[in-house]
Design a protein. Structure first.
Ligand SMILES: Nc1ncnc2c1ncn2[C@@H]1O[C@H](COP(=O)(O)OP(=O)(O)OP(=O)(O)O)[C@@H](O)[C@H]1O
Ligand SMILES: Nc1ncnc2c1ncn2[C@@H]1O[C@H](COP(=O)(O)OP(=O)(O)OP(=O)(O)O)[C@@H](O)[C@H]1O
Ligand SMILES: [Mg+2]
Ligand SMILES: [Mg+2]
Lengths: 326, 320
């Protein structure tokens, strides 16, 4: 099967302008994704993951947020150039999103079946009855009996609410699904159920997915590619196997050194020193250099180029510049 | 020579609720040796925090014994309790909620000395605070800052410094790193390990994260709906889990390793309500190994082999 590009983000930059200064949440971010493929977007608190997702959907709250520059091509069309009414046709239809806390996206006073049907009616020419029928099918697909479609969100557990969120997001068979920490609020056994469900549905519908997470274990389980995000930009991007076996960027290496490994009895943690930088006051040069044990004088001065070290493995670090000439 | 610092016997904590009696902690037994860590792991609502609180008598138990150095602290009078409180401390998940926002870092760390009416001069107290800040890795320039100005990792360091102030021998760590990013989490876990070695501390370490629990613990107790279902030393639980719930929990952890293709056990359904639970095994409804007996008879936590305990009819049946 030939790979076909679905999403291509070029130099996306998003700021929040606040009284306390300008928060540079996303800086010159590049990311691309093929049809049906899953990329894990990994980073710690404040790295800019959610802002990136909201940027793709053009839902960055404005004010204070503003897309400063860049292009987001979906199926070859630049979303940044779309009007709001065009975007409304795209959201929930071609691109949809699942949030960490499904309660924030569910309406507490509308039965869940109706909420799913609403999304379907918005994007497809169907009668109300057909929409409701399709909604019930979606519920069955996420493992909730159709007979519960008249119940309200609070009557469901956290895991089931997240399933409803998934049903809504997939109701119109989107080409791209953005899942923002969809299982962070769930217990591990429930998380395992939800991840398994997402993996199955993704395959069935051939949906591409951006899986936002801080958990490298989740990435190992369900992603094809991995993008490691730090201070608003992607510092390393590679095929999952490449990245796990051969992490290159000192930040990525540090992340792996920070997680206790249950497969290994001798697991001395090698934490990254220091703290995430304040995005309203980013360091010059490489944003990671103040915490980097391998940083040289140059790292404080130049923003490293994004270098392909082979096999579509990209690293933004001067240590890997040598290969640039090849 | 190992010596028990804490021994918990038939401990129970029930809450009265509108819908009935909630069995938050239901007849549990465990002990912790001096200088060691018992990891208490389980999913949300299984009773971990309640256990931690009852053991320190921040909540009154509904029944059972909490032996600390051989004495049942549940029988202690007020005076004995205040001595115990100095010796046994707690660190919470969200340090922010437990830190007074109007107090500076040094005031917060000094507070235990004042509350417990330690007679010492101001300079002496200041010296102690400085030393504590150094011990937990807080730069001295932060002494006059306020909690809201600091990140989660530093706030947790304040919580730890305060817990250490009165030279305790025992600390309940209630999800101390769960709110932190992994790179910061690793810093704090290493700090706790160092402190344990330096001061010979004993920990009851509560977490829902089995990989963290494994990293810090000597022994591990797995809790499910108010009951301990399995208790064992840290390595065998991962190599050879006995209880079906432990098996499922382990297989549910996403391991950051791309070669891993463990067979996954997906549990059906959700955790049932802890209110007026029926007799029988609490895990019955979700169990993939259940037998008829499990429905009506509550399994006891019994020894399976040296140092290994499990509460499961099926496991015991197979063994004998
Ligand atoms: N509405 C807003 N106003 C001002 N700053 C904001 C706003 N939303 C986000 N930010 C800031 O932008 C930066 C990136 O935030 P974002 O939520 O995208 O991070 P994230 O990677 O999703 O983090 P998390 O893992 O905590 O969800 C942070 O510093 C955050 O404080
Ligand atoms: N003060 C209280 N009154 C009534 N019920 C309570 C009270 N405190 C806790 N509970 C209940 O007791 C049970 C155990 O709660 P506990 O907080 O000990 O769980 P936990 O294992 O620490 O969970 P988590 O991982 O979410 O922190 C839960 O069902 C909880 O709702
Ligand atoms: Mg986010
Ligand atoms: Mg708790």
């Amino acid at each position: 099967m030939s790979k076909e590009k679905l999403l291509d983000i070029e130099k996306l930059t998003i700021h929040y302008v606040t009284d306390d200064g300008v928060v540079c949440a996303v800086n010159d971010l590049n990311l691309s994704l093929d049809r049906g493929e899953t990329v894990g977007l990994v980073g710690e608190t404040g790295a800019g993951k959610t802002t990136t997702a909201l940027g793709i959907l053009r839902l960055v709250p404005n004010p204070p947020g503003k897309i400063i520059g860049g292009k987001i091509f979906l199926d070859g069309e630049n979303l940044i150039a779309k009007t709001e009414s065009e975007m409304r046709k795209i959201r929930g239809n071609k691109v949809s999103m699942i949030f960490q806390d499904p309660m924030t996206s569910l309406n507490p006073v509308i039965p869940i079946g109706e909420q799913i049907a609403e999304v379907i009616s918005l994007h497809e020419r169907v009668t109300a009855k057909e929409a409701l029928k399709k909604a019930e099918e979606m519920l069955e697909k996420v493992g909730i009996g159709a007979e519960r479609s008249k119940e309200f969100p609070h009557q469901f557990s956290g895991g089931m609410r997240q399933r409803v969120g998934i049903a809504i997001a997939l109701a119109c068979n989107p080409e791209l699904l953005i899942a923002d920490e969809p299982t962070t609020a769930l217990d591990v056994t429930i998380q395992a159920q939800v991840l398994e469900l997402m993996r199955g549905l993704k395959k069935e519908f051939n949906t591409a997915m951006i899986m936002i997470t801080h958990d490298l274990g989740i990435v190992a389980k369900i992603c094809d590619k991995v993008a490691i995000m730090y201070a608003g930009s992607i510092v390393e991007f590679a095929d999952k196997y490449d990245l796990f076996k051969n992490p290159k960027h000192p930040y990525t290496v540090g992340l792996f050194g920070s997680i206790p490994n249950i497969k290994n009895d001798d697991d001395t943690l090698k934490p990254i020193m220091g703290l995430m930088p304040d995005p309203s006051n980013l360091p010059s040069g490489c944003p990671f250099h103040p915490r980097c044990e391998q940083a040289g004088a140059e790292c404080a001065q130049v923003v490293p180029a994004n270098v392909d070290i082979g096999n579509n493995h990209f690293v933004k670090c001067v240590l890997f510049r040598k290969q640039e000439v090849e | 020579m190992t010596e028990k610092l804490l021994e918990v016997k038939n401990l129970k904590k029930y809450f009265k609720t509108a819908k009935g009696l909630l069995h938050a902690v239901d007849d549990i037994n465990f002990s912790i040796n001096k200088g060691e860590t018992l990891g208490l792991v389980g999913e949300s609502g299984c009773g971990k925090s309640t256990t931690g609180r009852v053991v320190l008598r921040l909540l009154e138990a509904s029944g059972g014994e909490v032996l600390f150095n051989g004495e049942d602290i549940l029988q202690y009078n007020k005076k004995q309790m205040s001595a115990f409180r100095e010796n046994a401390q707690i660190v919470f998940q969200d340090p922010f909620a437990s830190l007074n926002p109007r107090m500076s870092v040094s005031e917060i760390i000094a507070e235990p000395f004042i509350i417990n009416k330690k007679s010492m001069s101001k300079t002496e107290r200041y010296q102690k605070v400085k030393k504590l800040m150094e011990t937990v890795g807080l730069a001295s320039r932060l002494e006059n800052t306020y909690p809201h100005e600091l990140d989660g990792g530093r706030r947790q360091r304040i919580g730890i410094a305060r817990a250490l102030a009165l030279n305790p021998s025992f600390i309940v760590q209630d999800e101390p790193v769960s709110a932190l990013d992994v790179s910061i989490q690793a810093q704090i876990l290493n700090l706790m390990e160092d402190l344990q070695k330096e001061f010979g501390l004993t920990y009851l370490f509560i977490s829902h994260d089995l990989s963290v629990i494994k990293h810090v613990s000597n022994n591990i107790a797995v809790m499910y709906l108010g009951k301990i279902v399995e208790m064992t030393d840290f390595s065998s639980i991962f190599k050879d889990p006995l209880h079906p719930y432990t098996k499922a929990l382990l297989s549910a952890i996403p391991i950051p390793n791309v070669d891993d293709d463990l067979e996954r056990i997906l549990l059906e359904g959700d955790v049932p309500s802890p209110i007026a639970p029926p007799p029988g095994c609490r895990f019955y409804g979700r169990c993939f190994m259940r037998k008829d007996i499990c429905k009506d008879v509550t399994p006891e936590l019994l020894q399976v082999s040296e140092g290994r305990y499990c509460a499961c009819h099926v496991v015991h049946g197979q063994d004998g």
